[in-house]
Ligand binder design. Structure first.
Ligand code: ATR
Length: 276
């Protein structure tokens, strides 16, 4: 495997060429005058474990993991913190001086840092669409944020059951009942792939959702999904998926480089240019 000489961190995915993380971390490395590169490494799932063992010797301080590695990485870590274990996925790995891999998950932090400042009054009820890996991070964050009623809507009953076992405090809702679930909610979050470029649209009438509710999508291609467009039209405040992506990178960068970077409008513009 080829890793550029100056690489001190990287994102591992399969495929990985679409990842915005090199652009994102590269911006902060330049901003802070750190002489290091953040690489993109295409690694097949079967080779993840071996790859994580050789990267520390190549000078890497850590890696981010993206699809399809986040869940399988749990078994490849030498240690796992409570957040990664509760969410059931690793998105950030730090290597220690002995080359041991320590896994955490910053996706919940990323969601919370993006959404919490946008919530007006004390929010109590949230509706989450989807029950995959992203949904788990969102549910974890919502609990931290003090939501007392978290309804999770999913198409497949099997996955809904699995997520209810992992997070017994949620209220599972069938896909058919998704519109009725919106009543009285202060937040609606889409964590499914519906509405993403190349995927089917999300079919959902927002008529039962209070106008004060914030509508968030974790999809960021396109940046303004049809869900966010429809919500904006009705007068809702909206939060796009790029915010979570930018914020989840903050603790990772700090773990590896010892500086806590900031999410700014200039960073957002820089990363957005990579989407075009
Ligand atoms: P991620 O890790 O990004 O969350 P994932 O684990 O593949 O991705 O989860 C994708 C989510 O989108 C799931 O909740 C999935 O629902 P199912 O559990 O029923 O598969 C949801 N999803 C994908 N396509 C869908 C569709 N056409 N209709 C409804 N939900 C869909």
């Amino acid at each position: 495997m080829e890793v550029e000489a100056q690489a001190k961190a990287a994102v591992i995915g399969w495929p990985v060429s679409h990842s915005l993380s090199p652009r994102l971390h590269g911006y902060w490395l330049a901003e802070h005058g750190i002489d290091a590169r953040y690489a993109a490494l295409p690694v097949e799932p079967e080779r993840l474990s071996d790859t994580l063992k050789i990267l520390p010797a190549m000078g890497l301080r850590g890696v981010n993991l993206t699809l399809p590695h986040k869940e399988i990485a749990l078994a490849c870590m030498d240690s796992l913190d409570a957040i990664a274990s509760d969410i059931g996925a690793v998105n950030t790995v730090t290597f220690d001086a002995q080359g041991k891999a320590h896994g955490t998950n910053t996706d919940a932090y990323g969601f919370q840092a993006h959404i919490a400042p946008l919530l007006k009054a004390k929010a109590r009820k949230a509706v989450v669409l989807g029950a995959g890996g992203a949904s788990r991070a969102v549910i974890y964050a919502l609990r931290q944020m003090g939501f007392t009623q978290i309804m999770v809507v999913n198409r497949s009953p099997k996955r809904l059951e699995q997520i209810s076992l992992a997070f017994p405090f949620i209220e599972p809702v069938s896909w058919q009942s998704r519109e009725a679930a919106l009543e009285g909610a202060q937040l609606l979050v889409n964590t499914t792939s519906l509405g993403m470029k190349g995927e089917p649209p999300l079919e959902l009438s927002l008529s039962g959702l209070p106008i004060v509710a914030l509508v968030a999508d974790i999809v960021y291609v396109p940046l303004e999904t049809p869900l966010l467009q429809a919500a904006r039209k009705r007068g809702h405040r909206v939060a796009d998926g790029l915010g979570m992506l930018l914020h989840q990178a903050v603790p990772a960068f700090e773990l590896w480089f010892g500086i806590r970077p900031t999410v700014t409008e200039a960073l957002r513009e820089h990363v957005l240019a990579g989407l075009q």
